[in-house]
Write a protein that binds this ligand. Structure first.
Ligand SMILES: Nc1ncnc2c1ncn2[C@@H]1O[C@H](COP(=O)(O)OP(=O)(O)OP(=O)(O)O)[C@@H](O)[C@H]1O
Length: 747
């Protein structure tokens, strides 16, 4: 599929986000990772899709079901509002703080850190997505395929350690604790010369998804401790957890000092307070152990292993807290090249003069130094655990570094993030259907009668609404575009600015238009049928779930007469109040690409869609049924505040409605947010028609595009043949009480 050319944002803060999935890269316990094209980046990126409601969240919710305070919903990164209703996440982190951390993560730039580009928190979707650097070299393999044997040589191990230490140092200097250091989060570059740390912050943000009401205890159950944490976790992998954050840890009975705890001695520190940079260094110690011996240092008791998962995990945590690490029984060497542990020194090679070879002196084969380093990392007492500075002074690690002092002393200044960075840290995209019709805008106005809109505008002293000047028959976008610029090519995606610039240029050379034909007075009957037109969009070509596309229905069903099947919306000034949205289901999973929004709407839309759906054999009031049969026909271009929504029916879009606040509220959005707050982004206009939309909008009357839905001259192929792409692009919000397109005068 051709990617659209880059769009030009009008201001620095107005961005368009483009994500196009190429293929799946892999699957983890909770996430699926895809290779994607992101914006105009010249190289592909990796997109990690993490479900909000993974098994762990479900288990947690089940466990908390009896405690309403603890019943964490999963409505996305919580939004902070002023006053007592402010929500915080399970870690007690307010949204502002989360935004700040994400903004910092996006600014992180280090050769040993996988570059993080975007955090996509789409509340209409069941997943959060992270866009990051694609690491072609794959995960760090530390164990042979047969298991329990080291895979890397000691030299390779040093290289990995050096890179990870530098990466961790950088993260810690930025105030970021990784929380999930382990081999699978360390990845090779394409040439396999370096490794980078990935997934930083992910654990934290995944945990942070569920809001906790203010006032609910920020107890360990929301963090690491408690029964629930004996279930598989995402934030932190059990075998890599530092003792101080294992469930069941008690500072009073443990010798582990907690320098990071800010809690008074009478009050035990919660596990959140115990999470400091040293948890990453412990995890690095476990990783080092894995690279040296091909196994992990702490395992549950044999007995507990057979007693079920909960018992096994509990046993593992006890072992981590209480038992020292030990070289596996019978093992006398480290790494794949079998460097002997005991007589590593004696194996130092000598040159012909009897001198130790420089390489050996520097500790290349010195397993003892490595073991000492590992001991420093696997120190149960946090206050005695080695810190980065000390780790960087281990001769084994310093081997072959030319300017050691410089290397050791190198630090990075703290990243600063602006308020704007924080504000736009989290992307809240929508699917932008990449075909040539500005569907959302067009559908948004279909449910208001032309006469009603005229009345509104007249009441506002704006006179009758016209989409085409002085009664000219409406020309379709393509025609208009050709008239303006006969020589132009259909390039599938030109930015609004370009389009505007061109229209200015061509205005100078384009001859005046022929005299307009006589004004045709709208026929009231025709006009009323247009007020709620039925245009069916059928899903087609959905063989590849990521590359589905639509066509216009070749035989749209008859339009129900407004007097019977299609009642006129009752409120004219605020269409949203006309519709009661009972249910909105994100159909992303079912529809895969097109996030079908299923509106089980009562009142006009309800009856209308019921009527239409009934004709097509769908059960209009079964949200479930519609969701599951929605195909890829649903979509939303705007669901924040007022906006456009489609109801997805059996492979078709049956309608649209300006979304009422009930839905906004259900989605955790604040419908009172102002436009600036919600809509920092704009549509990217991909097509000739969309350019026209843009230009029409820029007439300044705020009416947007008028869509001639009753007389499309384009073939099905032309209309719907273009593939859909997964794309997030914020839509410009139109005022709630704007007078929409005047369909009445367009024919
Ligand atoms: N940036 C990336 N570039 C290339 N491949 C990646 C990238 N990130 C992850 N992958 C691959 O995607 C797969 C799944 O990712 P990952 O293991 O991180 O998922 P996860 O569910 O978060 O992990 P875990 O199972 O540890 O909880 C892995 O095979 C990994 O190699």
């Amino acid at each position: 599929m051709d990617r659209p050319p880059p769009s030009k944002s009008r201001t620095a803060r107005k961005k368009n986000e483009f994500i196009s999935i190429r293929r799946q890269l892999g699957k983890g316990h909770n996430a699926v990772v895809y290779l994607v094209d992101y914006n105009t980046d010249p190289v592909p990126r990796a997109m990690k899709k993490i479900p909000r409601n993974n098994k762990r969240t479900e288990n947690l919710n089940r466990l908390r079901a009896n405690n309403p305070l603890r019943a964490a919903s999963s409505a996305g990164i919580p939004r902070t509002t002023d006053g007592p209703s402010a929500v915080v996440d399970r870690r007690g982190t307010e949204e502002a703080k989360i935004r700040r951390e994400i903004a910092i993560m996006k600014k992180c730039d280090h050769p040993n850190i996988i570059k993080f580009f975007a955090f996509v928190d789409d509340k209409m979707d069941a997943n959060i997505c992270l866009i990051m650097e694609y690491m072609e070299g794959g995960e760090l393999q530390w164990q042979t395929a047969e298991g329990n044997k080291p895979y890397l040589t000691l030299d390779q191990t040093r290289r990995v350690m050096r890179d990870v230490v530098l990466g961790l140092q950088y993260l810690h200097e930025q105030g970021i604790i990784h929380r999930d250091i382990k081999p699978s989060n360390i990845m090779w570059t394409a040439d396999r010369t370096h490794v980078k740390i990935g997934d930083f912050g992910v654990a934290h943000f995944v945990q942070a998804r569920g809001p906790r009401p203010v006032g609910a205890p920020a107890d360990d159950d929301y963090n690491f401790d408690g029964e629930s944490d004996l279930l598989p976790r995402h934030a932190g992998t059990p075998a890599f957890l530092a003792p101080e954050i294992t469930p069941g840890f008690s500072p009073s009975t443990s010798t582990t000092a907690l320098p990071l705890s800010s809690t008074s001695p009478s009050q035990p520190a919660s596990s959140a307070e115990r999470v400091g940079p040293s948890v990453d260094l412990w995890a690095l110690g476990v990783t080092l152990f894995g690279m040296l011996f091909g196994s992990i240092p702490f395992s549950p008791d044999e007995e507990a292993t057979h007693a079920g998962q909960v018992a096994a995990e509990a046993s593992l945590y006890r072992v981590i807290r209480e038992e020292p690490w030990a070289i596996p029984q019978g093992v006398t060497t480290v790494c794949a090249n079998a460097v002997p542990i005991e007589d590593a020194k004696s194996k130092v090679k000598k040159d012909w003069r009897g001198k130790e070879k420089e390489k050996e002196k520097a500790g290349s084969g010195n397993a003892r130094q490595v073991l000492e380093l590992m001991g420093g990392l696997l120190e149960k007492d946090v206050s005695r655990r080695w810190e980065i500075e000390k780790i960087k002074s281990v001769p084994w690690l310093l081997y072959d570094i030319q300017r050691r002092d410089e290397w050791q002393a190198a630090t990075t200044p703290r990243i600063t993030v602006s308020a704007t960075d924080e504000k736009y840290a989290i992307l809240e995209p929508k699917v932008k259907w990449n075909f040539r019709l500005g569907l959302g805008r067009r559908f948004s106005n279909l449910f208001r009668s032309g006469t009603e809109r005229d009345r509104e505008r007249e009441a506002a002293g704006e006179g009758p609404v016209r989409s085409a000047p002085s009664g000219l028959p409406r020309r379709k976008g393509k025609e208009r575009a050709r008239e303006r610029d006969p020589g132009r090519k259909r390039d599938g995606g030109v930015s609004r600015q370009k389009s505007r610039a061109r229209s200015v240029d061509t205005a100078r050379v384009t001859p005046p238009l022929p005299a307009p034909p006589p004004v045709v007075k709208p026929d009231p009957a025709a006009s009323s049928s247009r007020t709620l037109p039925v245009r069916m969009l059928r899903g087609a070509g959905e063989k590849d779930p990521r590359r589905g596309f639509f066509r216009w229905g070749s035989s749209p069903p008859p339009v129900p007469t407004p007097s019977t099947a299609v009642p006129t919306p009752t409120t004219s000034t605020s269409p949203s109040t006309s519709f009661v949205i009972d249910e909105a289901v994100v159909g992303m999973k079912k529809t895969r690409l097109g996030r079908g929004i299923v509106l089980d709407a009562a009142a006009p839309l309800g009856r209308y869609s019921a009527d239409v759906l009934a004709r097509h054999g769908a059960d209009p009031y079964s949200t479930e049924g519609r969701a599951s049969t929605g195909g890829s026909a649903g979509g939303s271009e705007d669901w924040s505040g007022e906006g456009d929504m489609y109801a997805a029916g059996k492979g078709m879009i049956v309608g649209a409605v300006s979304v009422a606040s009930p839905v906004s509220a259900r989605m955790g959005l604040d419908p009172d947010d102002d436009e600036e707050e919600h809509d920092p982004y704009e549509y990217e206009y991909d097509s000739a028609e969309d350019e026209d939309d843009a230009e029409e909008d820029e007439r300044g009357d705020g009416r947007g595009q008028v869509y001639d839905h009753t007389s499309s001259g384009e073939s099905d192929e032309e209309q719907g043949g273009a593939p859909i792409e997964f794309r997030g692009a914020r839509k410009r919000t139109e005022p709630t009480n704007h007078a929409p397109d005047a369909d009445a005068d367009e024919t």
